[in-house]
Design a protein around this ligand. Structure first.
Ligand SMILES: NC(=O)c1ccc[n+]([C@@H]2O[C@H](COP(=O)([O-])OP(=O)(O)OC[C@H]3O[C@@H](n4cnc5c(N)ncnc54)[C@H](O)[C@@H]3O)[C@@H](O)[C@H]2O)c1
Ligand SMILES: [Fe+2]
Length: 436
């Protein structure tokens, strides 16, 4: 689909353009060892290095630390990042950043670590009340008034694409709702994407983060197209995530082809370097795509699911409190959503199914939703995902609470290709209870 495709036809008063942001990225085996040179090139002398407790003891962080040391860059380490961060953990990280008088930031970890590092950089560089920069209507949604410090992001999971985005996601405990901070200024300066790190990633995390990557791509392609938004008063206030556009379409399609071909292999076998490398690349492509296009229903609904699940634990994730991995919460709603949204753009849904590897030779456009849902279900079954929301303990009696839990997410839900109200939310959750 190209930039003069009918979906992108401009209308009276619509935005005339789209903006794509991303860091300077280096992708390849062993590139973590370039962290020190990159930091020195940026003129950094003393950086804050963010990671989580498990990774803090491991080889990836050690590699980055020795690279910094070899380049004469001093590092203060914060290794207490909370997996699935919240407002308290973001603020704790920001205090560390403010106290340490750092001139730059390095993050080594999954989305939880990279997002925490973005927030710590923001609040220590452009101090404000915590809710000031948080997305409206939950927070004030205030624009970040100036630049933040350089950030070198080193992802260790193959899913969130956070190393490419201007987004930091956290749970606001007072509402038990996930929300975030979005600004182009939060985009890391440099991303070092080293697929070797995924050798140590537990297979359940490869599966969950792989579905996060898949959903970023599917949501980018099916999001309301960018000319369906009003022209912004000034180009600089154009939102980070603007709706489907030709550039995100291209990256997302490529990402889906990789997910369709390599996800199962990457989950099954940690020594399958080809599959794990391709999933790392797919995650980065999807990150650039959804940062520009925006997510919609699967992410919006996922936050209610993760917030309301009472008891759930997945091998490879921290023990203790119940935790539904982000990508798992996202994929559980996927088939239900595609069956519902396909009527808005059947050909786009069919295109997605084809990219993911479904046999669509005899399919008509109106089969797009079912073809896509069926392909996602097949991937879920092949990678050990739970069979719908019932597997997590939900049933019909929870449909209202789930719909209420999704309502704070209208900022992303509005990006869906069809209008969604409370009744539709209930229908979507009801259809996500059991898939096979
Ligand atoms: N900012 C964005 O653009 C964006 C996009 C999607 C999701 N997110 C957010 O990212 C968070 C989820 O991040 P995630 O899925 O990357 O996982 P994560 O950072 O939460 O980590 C999950 C688990 O995997 C472990 N782990 C990470 N890398 C490892 C490795 N190489 N080897 C062994 N163990 C490893 C961690 O220690 C942790 O226990 C959520 O809060 C989600 O909302 C952010
Ligand atoms: Fe995500």
């Amino acid at each position: 689909m190209h930039c003069c495709h009918a979906d992108f036809a401009l209308t009276e008063g619509s935005d005339r353009g789209f903006t794509v942001g991303m860091p300077t990225f280096t992708f390849g085996s062993g590139v973590l060892a370039e962290a020190g040179e990159q930091a020195r090139e940026l003129g950094l002398k003393r950086v804050a290095l963010f990671t989580d407790p498990r990774l803090g003891r491991g080889e990836h962080v050690a590699r980055v630390r020795s690279s910094l040391e070899a380049s004469g860059v001093d590092a203060g380490v914060y290794d207490s990042v909370k997996i699935e961060p919240d407002d308290a953990s973001f603020q704790d990280a920001a205090r560390f950043a403010a106290d340490g008088k750092f001139d730059g930031f390095v993050s080594v970890g999954g989305g939880s670590v990279i997002d925490t590092c973005k927030a710590a950089n923001l609040y220590s560089t452009q101090p404000a009340d915590f809710m000031a920069y948080v997305n409206a209507p939950i927070g004030e949604g205030r624009r970040v008034p100036g630049p933040v410090k350089p950030h070198i992001a080193c992802p260790t999971t193959s899913g969130t694409g956070s190393e490419t985005t201007g987004i930091a996601i956290f749970t606001l405990r007072a509402m038990n709702a996930k929300t975030g901070i979005i600004s182009r200024r939060l985009t890391p300066t440099i991303a070092l994407v080293d697929p070797d790190v995924t050798r140590s990633l537990p297979s359940a995390a490869v599966a969950a983060t792989g579905f996060d990557c898949m959903s970023h791509a599917l949501e980018s392609i099916t999001a309301r197209a960018f000319p369906r938004r009003l022209n912004p008063a000034k180009g600089v206030v154009r939102p980070v995530s603007q709706g489907a556009n030709p550039f995100s379409d291209m990256l997302a399609a490529q990402s889906l082809e990789l997910v369709g071909r390599y996800l199962e292999r990457a989950v099954r076998d940690a020594s399958d370097t080809e599959a794990r490398t391709e999933m790392m690349y797919a995650a980065m492509l999807s990150g650039i795509a959804f940062n520009a296009a925006g997510c919609h229903l699967p992410h919006g609904l996922s936050y209610a699911v993760s917030g309301l699940t009472k008891r759930w634990h997945v091998a490879g994730y921290p023990e203790g409190a119940s935790l539904v991995p982000h990508g798992m919460a996202v994929v559980l709603n996927n088939p239900s959503v595609w069956r519902h949204t396909a009527r808005a753009s059947p050909d786009r849904h069919l295109h997605c199914a084809r990219c993911l590897g479904a046999d669509t030779r005899d399919a008509r456009p109106e089969d797009g939703g079912e073809a896509l849902a069926a392909r996602v279900v097949a991937l879920m079954r092949a990678t050990g995902m739970p069979n719908g929301l019932m597997a997590l303990g939900f049933d019909e009696s929870h449909v209202d609470a789930l719909a209420t839990g999704a309502e704070p997410q209208y900022r992303v839900i509005r990006n869906a290709p069809v209008d969604i109200g409370r009744d539709e939310l209930r229908t979507l959750f009801r259809s996500a209870m059991k898939y096979w």
